[in-house]
Write a protein that binds this ligand. Structure first.
Ligand code: HEC
Length: 114
């Protein structure tokens, strides 16, 4: 019985990463998930997979993101969230990456529909 409890407790952290919950806790204060949401501190993140970097036409991006090339996909988003300012020096996101890999992956999956 004790062994079973220990097994369940040990398994919980890996299984319990819910991308929406992590997004709500760590990102939703600045980012909306729909294009017609009221203006927020950050750009909306609707349809992020395949979207151009700096691609919310209503948002006034930093030069770092205005001048960036390419589109978002899961691999790029994972690298971005590992250390946002490392990927885009001069970024205006206040160090709000996700250091913990399982949490980061859950958010990436949630935002790119994986
Ligand atoms: C304190 C507010 C804030 C928080 C919290 C925050 N962001 Fe941001 N985010 C921003 C701002 C502001 C920008 C635009 C930065 C710029 O123009 O340099 C941005 C940009 C982005 C972009 C680039 C969007 C594009 O259109 O190219 C992505 C992706 C992103 N954030 C994801 C996230 C995720 C995922 C989280 C949660 C882990 C998060 N952000 C947390 C403020 C925030």
């Amino acid at each position: 019985m004790l062994g079973l409890v220990a097994t369940l407790v040990a398994a919980a952290p890996a299984a319990a990463q819910d991308g929406r919950a992590v997004f709500d806790a760590r990102c939703a204060s600045c980012h909306a998930l729909s294009a017609d949401a009221p203006a927020a501190a950050g750009p909306h993140l609707a349809g992020l997979a395949g979207r151009r970097i700096g691609g919310d036409p209503a948002f006034d991006y930093s030069p770092a993101l205005r001048e960036a090339q390419g589109t978002w996909d899961a691999a790029r988003l994972d690298r971005f969230l590992t250390d946002p300012e490392e990927m885009f020096p001069g970024l205006w996101m206040g160090g709000n990456g996700i250091a913990q890999a399982a949490q980061r992956r859950a958010v990436v999956d949630f935002l790119t529909g994986r």
